[in-house]
Write a protein that binds this ligand. Structure first.
Ligand code: ADP
Length: 486
């Protein structure tokens, strides 16, 4: 038990299919991004194991779907309680495989669990309609039924929450599911599967297939091609989302996509400047900038530009960087070498084209995957950082003059996930909120996610909404009943 977990049996090195722990011919290693040490391994599964898991989900489906919402809710509540009871161990495991500071891992476990709690409650509120009939002798009504066997493919930046945000509404609706967690962070997924098992979730209702980067492609293909699977939900990069959408076309599978973002953060001249700086720090540097709702571009009014840049740089310089297990650390390592390279490319490209480094701007003295919290000013539109998702701790700040100019610049992207702005004039607040082409708008706040609100994007940031009262609809089909002879 290398990480002082109270319950070492939460550290699982086998995948979970049909209620049992399953291996494969070979394993792949999982490393700690803070120091590269190997913390465990997982079975490197492929098409065959995926088919087995799909069949397990298929066998479990009729009995699970036949339960009442309340019956499913009781088991889900038990699962939620077990996750909360094990929050410390789950946080340790997450920091070990993902790198985020322990305090953020704890926050994610609670956030992740909140979807199970929320959808356990929503399980009881799936209702149909009775419509006014257009015929005297017929009645027209709807019932809602689970869509069936589902699949979830999830990323490493939120190893638990991106799973529960899909799995909780699916199982609440009466669906069964095959989960393929990111190759970097399967241990958190397996730990919550263990807790689902302990909570009494029947065999086959949830299944976790693990695979390395190469085999993940095979697993993805198998899930998308299967005629048994009715729904694929994916969170990850836009290029992979496009591939999955294409792979789902032959079977006309329903698909939910939470893809990349390129969040703008506008600070108007009537904003509370200090509040804007606080919101900017939260939105930019959380998870070392590795979230799809992290700000990528700051637009600041010319009258407050210099002060904002100064204050943000001072705030960023104060963020303690280090191993997520260390006390007081607020920014851990980036996930891998490729992530570091992307950040380095964006910074060097910006500097070459005239950006000024206000703080940071290079790899951290700790080496490895650590990068300094960075603020760049004098940003122009020709820089890569203005168009590609950085997924790292770099703030790029642009000066603007008019409201229209700021809105046009903010909307000038193929992405449309999160956006933020700070202003106090009430008419401006409405105007700007309505004009931003984004699925989510943070107004005078840099933190927006919770289980009660619908999370999702427009344009090439995705399809569908997760969480909230809308989230369960993804996993339900509406059936129209026309009753004649009355
Ligand atoms: P990120 O850049 O955040 O790693 P990816 O989109 O590459 O985002 O990965 C998100 C998830 O998608 C991971 O579980 C990964 O294994 C999986 N994945 C990556 N490429 C493919 C693919 N071609 N088909 C199916 N799944 C894939």
């Amino acid at each position: 038990n290398p990480f002082q977990m109270k319950d070492p049996s939460l550290l699982r090195n086998l995948a979970y299919i049909d209620g049992t722990w399953a291996g494969a011919a070979t394993n792949f290693d999982i490393s700690n991004p803070a120091d590269g040490s190997i913390i465990g391994s997982a079975p490197n599964m492929g098409a065959e194991e995926t088919e087995t898991a799909i069949r397990a989900a298929q066998s479990a489906f009729p009995a699970w779907a036949a339960k009442t919402g309340k019956e499913r809710a009781i088991i889900m509540r038990q699962w939620f309680d077990l996750i909360i009871a094990n929050v410390d161990d789950l946080a340790i495991l997450m920091t070990a495989e993902q790198g985020k500071p322990l305090i953020e891992s704890r926050g994610e476990v609670i956030y992740g669990a909140s979807f199970i709690e929320w959808f356990s409650e929503e399980a009881k509120r799936v209702s149909g309609d009775v419509m006014a009939s257009t015929w005297n002798d017929k009645r027209t009504l709807t019932i809602k039924q689970p869509i069936g066997i589902c699949a979830a493919i999830t990323p490493w930046n939120f190893p638990i929450a991106m799973i529960t945000r899909k799995v909780a509404p699916a199982v609440a609706a009466g669906c069964t599911i095959v989960i393929k967690p990111a190759e970097q962070t399967p241990l958190s997924a397996l730990a919550i599967a263990e807790l689902a098992h302990r909570a009494g979730l029947p065999a086959g209702v949830i299944n976790v297939i693990t695979a390395d980067a190469e085999n993940s492609i095979v697993v993805g293909k198998t899930l998308c091609a299967s005629p048994i699977v009715r729904h694929v939900s994916f969170t990850g990069s836009t290029p992979v989302g496009r591939i999955l959408m294409e792979q789902c076309a032959p079977t006309v599978k329903k698909i939910a996509l939470e893809l990349g973002g390129h969040a703008p953060f506008i600070v108007f001249d009537d904003a509370d400047l200090d509040a804007a700086v606080t919101g900017a720090l939260q939105s930019k540097y959380r998870n070392a900038g590795q979230t799809c709702v992290c700000t990528n571009r700051f637009y600041v009014h010319e009258s407050i530009y210099d002060v904002f840049v100064q204050k943000l740089a001072a705030g960023a310089a104060r963020i303690k960087v280090g191993n997520g297990f260390e006390q007081g650390v607020l920014q851990g390592p980036l996930i891998d070498d490729q992530a570091i390279r992307k950040v380095e490319q964006h910074v060097s490209d910006a500097v070459k084209k005239g950006a000024s480094v206000m703080t940071g701007g290079k790899k951290h003295a700790l080496g490895g995957h650590f990068y300094e919290p960075t603020v760049l000013s004098n940003i122009t539109d020709d820089m890569s950082i203005m168009h590609e998702e950085t997924f790292g701790p770099v703030a790029a700040i642009v000066k603007f003059k008019t409201e229209d100019e700021a809105i046009a610049a903010a909307n000038n992207t193929d992405f449309g996930l999160a956006s933020y702005f700070y202003a106090r004039d009430i008419s401006r607040v409405w105007r700007v909120a309505e004009k931003l082409e984004y699925g989510m708008v943070g107004i005078n706040t840099g933190l927006i996610s919770n289980e009660v609100a619908p999370f999702g994007g427009v344009k090439q940031s995705g399809l569908g909404r997760e969480g909230s009262k809308y989230g369960i609809d993804e996993y339900l089909e509406i059936k129209y009943l026309c009753m004649g002879g009355i």
